[in-house]
Design a protein around this ligand. Structure first.
Ligand SMILES: [Zn+2]
Length: 415
């Protein structure tokens, strides 16, 4: 069993990396081949220079993504079969901190190690790629402050939660995985409820929307679609990046609508209304509830599997660890699972793209499809999103349909 699982894991890890490299290289080649000419349907809205800017940006990001995939794969192999995790666990067990104490220390040490290894990629992405293409607004000081704040909040929330999970794993009997699932699900819901008012304001400033004409337009749309929210806010996204966005947070009547200030600058009032109508479509078609339900079901399935592996010696040995423990089971599971689930990525992408079409249809019925098309073209242009993704890469990864298909669909839906 041990040998068989070790080879299965190695095979899955290698296959995942090969698949990622193949898709990424295809994507880069496809974009390069279509770099010389703006696709005909965008020719009057996007200049050749803007098209090439988007092509170069997409290729640079994809290249960095490929490098990052190689590093991640090497890291996972080194931690497991390379024996790094086993070595780390042996050092910590010498400190005699007890099951939960050493479990927490192991997770913290691993988090620090992986963050240190991914730091150069993150720095390069922000201060080289994003800066070169004119998107980055962050200074190194902000980057460091964000990292410190993020780690402090992560530790404050994550460590007690992890301690509780490790305690349940050790003490709650054979159905511990069910208890952990309940705790995890409750925690997720609590975060959805608390994030907008407690955590997000630590990183950004949120102010009520002041533009009265736009506010009235938005309130008319909300009334028309029977939507209740706790207000429309503008977030100072421009502090970090010139990429624009809009989103909803919260639950029930405590929902908040948040616009990045960058988005408000990019779009006209009619276009903002159309984008908001699309976001409302996600709520009205119950996409959010479906997504959360799906995530809960998936985590229950994974925890059940972990429940079967917790006391299986072969699972630890196959992944290069000599001494089983609850924290080690969690870590190995999180390291090994993505290698097996990566080939399923297209299924979740397909589901997500179907939801995007449904939200577009809703927007077309409640607002003007013409304005949504105009908004999309502007967003593609200003965010330098490529108009010519490799079709296979897009089918595999993309949560949103390619621009040309999405616009064609909206034009078909136009009443
Ligand atoms: Zn959407």
């Amino acid at each position: 069993m041990t040998e068989a699982f070790r080879y299965l894991f190695l095979g899955a890890l290698a296959l995942t990396l090969i698949l990622k490299l193949w898709l990424g290289l295809r994507h880069i080649r496809h974009i390069a081949r279509h770099r010389a000419r703006v696709p005909a349907e965008f020719a009057d809205a996007i200049t050749l220079q803007q098209h090439q800017h988007a092509a170069d940006y997409s290729m640079a990001k994809t290249r960095l993504g490929l490098l990052s995939s190689c590093i991640d794969t090497a890291l996972i192999a080194g931690l497991t079969l390379g024996g790094a995790l086993d070595w780390l666990a042996r050092q910590i067990s010498g400190l005699a901190l007890g099951e939960i104490g050493s479990g927490l220390l192991l997770v913290v040490a691993l988090t620090l190690l992986t963050s240190a290894i991914s730091l150069p990629i993150s720095l390069y992405s922000t201060f080289r790629i994003e800066a070169r293409f004119g998107f980055n607004k962050m200074t190194l000081t902000m980057f460091v402050l964000d990292a410190i704040k993020g780690s402090a909040i992560g530790a404050l929330i994550g460590l007690p939660l992890l301690a509780l999970v490790l305690w349940l794993m050790a003490q709650a009997g054979p159905l511990w995985w069910l208890w952990v699932w309940l705790v995890w699900s409750a925690f997720q819901l609590l975060m959805v409820a608390l994030y907008p008012t407690l955590i997000a304001p630590l990183f950004n400033r949120f102010q009520p929307l002041e533009d009265l004409a736009l506010k009235q337009r938005i309130e008319a749309l909300l009334a028309r679609t029977g939507f209740t929210s706790q207000g429309v806010f503008v977030m100072d996204g421009s502090r970090r990046s010139s990429h624009g966005n809009a989103y909803f947070t919260g639950f029930g009547s405590a929902k908040r609508i948040v616009f990045f200030d960058t988005l408000l600058k990019q779009l006209s009032a009619e276009e903002i209304e159309a984008v908001l109508a699309h976001e409302l479509g996600h709520f009205k078609r119950k996409h959010i509830v479906k997504r959360i339900g799906f995530a809960f079901a998936l985590s229950l399935g994974f925890l059940f599997i972990l429940g079967q592996l917790l006391h299986a010696g072969w699972f630890y040995q196959a992944l290069g660890v000599s001494t089983p423990s609850t924290a080690m089971a969690l870590i190995l599971f999180f390291l090994a699972v993505p290698a097996f689930t990566f080939p399923l990525t297209p299924l979740s992408s397909l589901l997500s793209r179907r939801h995007e079409y449904e939200a577009d249809e809703f927007a077309a019925s409640q607002s003007d499809a013409h304005h949504l098309v105009a908004a999309l073209v502007k967003l593609y242009r200003d965010n330098a999103s490529t108009l010519t993704p490799d079709p296979l890469h897009s089918a595999f990864y993309d949560s949103h349909p390619p621009a040309s298909l999405r616009i064609a669909h909206l034009q078909g839906a136009r009443p």
